[in-house]
Design a binder for this molecule. Structure first.
Ligand SMILES: [Zn+2]
Length: 169
């Protein structure tokens, strides 16, 4: 089931999410809904707070469902290693219409549970490492805007506030 994607300004997007406990049928349904929502958007990643669930859980698929085997479900993900630096243009389904160059690690190793509850350690470079950092930031209540320097961040948040005031956000 496709769920509405919350936008910048929704409280749950700006707060730290709680660890997932038991992998209950409700959690499995949430994962399924998040995958449906990510593909429908379309996007390459989605974190639970973006659909209103304050839980440490995200889904990533760089192929947006076009290639099998690329879908990752990360439950309670943690960084094991991060190094290097990449500077690429980045956007977010919760900040539609805006993007910016965001500094991210070039390489990241993440440990998480998958949808079946198995612990997995995944090493990533480039875009996947960027997606890991972007989605796990969501679980800490951070959007890519929080990673920007003041001037650029202020410019975007001013424009969003204007959209909010005129009911277009
Ligand atoms: Zn995002």
């Amino acid at each position: 089931m496709i769920r509405p994607i919350l936008r910048y300004g929704a409280d749950v997007l700006h707060a730290e999410a709680q660890p997932v406990g038991e992998l209950t049928p409700d959690i499995d349904r949430l994962v399924g809904d998040m995958i449906d929502t990510m593909y429908a958007a379309p996007g390459i990643g989605l974190a639970a707070p973006q659909v209103g669930a304050a839980l440490r859980l995200c889904v990533i698929d760089l192929s947006v469902g076009k290639r099998g085997g690329e879908l990752l479900t990360l439950i309670n993900p943690e960084f094991v290693e991060r190094d290097g630096l990449q500077l690429e243009d980045e956007g977010c389904l919760s900040v539609p219409g805006f993007n910016a160059i965001v500094p991210r690690p070039q390489r990241a190793v993440v440990r998480a549970l998958d949808r079946t509850g198995q612990t997995r350690t995944i090493e990533a470079n480039g875009l996947l490492a960027r997606a890991f950092q972007h989605e796990i930031d969501h679980l800490d209540g951070l959007l890519f805007l929080n990673r920007l320097r003041g001037l650029k961040r202020d410019m975007i948040t001013r424009r969003i506030r204007k959209l909010q005031r005129t009911g277009k956000w």
